[in-house]
Ligand binder design. Structure first.
Ligand code: THU
Length: 165
């Protein structure tokens, strides 16, 4: 994926460099692979009620990838989003250091648009990451994604540090 394929969501020319440097140590090949893993996971979604399938792939600082899909329930409220599945899998394996998450979703697994994380998932991410560094990658394909810092999607979020001072 070259730089043009990472969309700039309204950034002006001078800020494009910032977007490229934003990805920092998470290079294009890594981003493509994360998106591929998110798509694979989406295809395992259990979403018989909404029909909307979501997949996520979470990258640790140690370059491991934890995937997750949404898992719905007949009682509705116990349903879990793809992003939280990925985070809970990783945290339950002892991971605490995360760099990026790629997210894909669509009706019956047909990706037509970017799939932004719900507010609850943003808050779960906030618990475990540095919001000014952690990347949230919203993808329509391996070659088409938007990249945000969590801080942009959850400004002034409440986090663990607010309880510790
Ligand atoms: N969903 C996710 O898995 N992640 C999100 O961030 C948005 C919504 C799931 C929940 C539910 O199973 C389906 O998509 C429709 O809301």
């Amino acid at each position: 994926m070259d730089n043009e394929h990472i969309q700039e969501h309204g950034l002006v020319q001078g800020e494009k460099k910032e977007l490229v440097s934003k990805c920092g140590p998470v290079g294009r090949a890594v981003i493509r692979n994360l998106i591929k893993e998110a798509i694979n996971s989406m295809n395992k979604a259990y979403a018989p009620y909404s029909g909307f399938k979501v997949g996520a792939a979470l990258l640790t600082a140690g370059q491991k990838i934890y995937t997750g899909c949404n898992i719905e329930n007949a009682a509705y409220s116990p349903s879990n989003c793809a992003e939280r599945t990925a985070f809970f899998k990783a945290v339950s394996e002892g991971e605490r250091d995360f760099m990026a998450i790629a997210i894909v979703g669509g009706d019956n697994g047909n990706i037509k648009d970017y799939c932004p994380p719900c507010g609850v998932c943003r808050q779960v991410m906030r618990e475990f990451v540095n919001p000014g560094r952690f990347l949230v990658i919203l993808a329509r394909s391996e070659d088409d994604c938007l990249v945000f810092f969590l801080e942009e999607l959850l400004p002034m979020g409440f986090g663990p540090e607010h309880l510790n001072n």
